[in-house]
Design a protein. Structure first.
Length: 181
């Protein structure tokens, strides 16, 4: 019998000084039974890093043809495609063809670095692709903030990310592996 997703309620306050974006989002995040706290929390941070009034979580792990997060234009076109993990070259190519901007957040330490070494030469032709990694230490600390009801404050300044939940604070340093043109 299939397990159900676990529902997390998140009040996400984003203060992005780099993009001059300041907003609070109330998110309902469904954590897939196979998803770790680390991945779920990184999904929330990916949301914060790309926050916009039209940005939304998708079905994610339960569907193969959708990213984890997307932003559609008012006419239905895909403006932003945000995915976590280590997508295949084929999936990178397809997503870059579907959306105006594609953001990939690989994670997993050495495994993510090996994935990037393998695919980076084939991604040079995608001007709309951005790849941003995180250290394994950062994502593990982030996972420790997970709880079923969260109030998270995410401050972004000069590319650095500070995440606070109550009296706990985690600092993240996104690693720009590839920037979109």
């Amino acid at each position: 019998m299939a397990q159900n997703a676990t529902i997390y309620k998140v009040e996400l306050s984003v203060s992005d000084m780099d993009r001059h974006y300041y907003e609070t989002h109330k998110l309902t995040v469904a954590k897939h039974p196979s998803e770790t706290d680390e991945r779920m929390m990184l999904r929330i941070i990916a949301f914060a890093l790309n926050a916009h009034e039209h940005l939304e979580m998708t079905k994610g792990l339960s569907t193969d043809d959708e990213p984890d997060i997307w932003q559609k234009s008012l006419s239905g076109e895909l403006d932003v495609w945000v995915a976590l993990g280590l997508p295949s070259e084929k999936l990178l190519r397809q997503s870059c063809g579907k959306a105006n901007r594609v953001v990939i957040y690989p994670y997993g330490g050495r495994t993510a670095e090996m994935w990037w070494d393998k695919v980076k030469s084939s991604t040079s032709r995608f001007d709309n692709l951005q790849v941003t990694g995180f250290s394994e230490k950062d994502t593990r600390e982030l996972a420790n903030l997970a709880s079923r009801a969260m109030q998270l404050q995410v401050n972004i300044q000069d590319g650095e990310v500070m995440v606070s939940a109550g009296d706990r604070i985690v600092y993240l340093t996104p690693l720009k592996w590839k920037s979109a043109a």
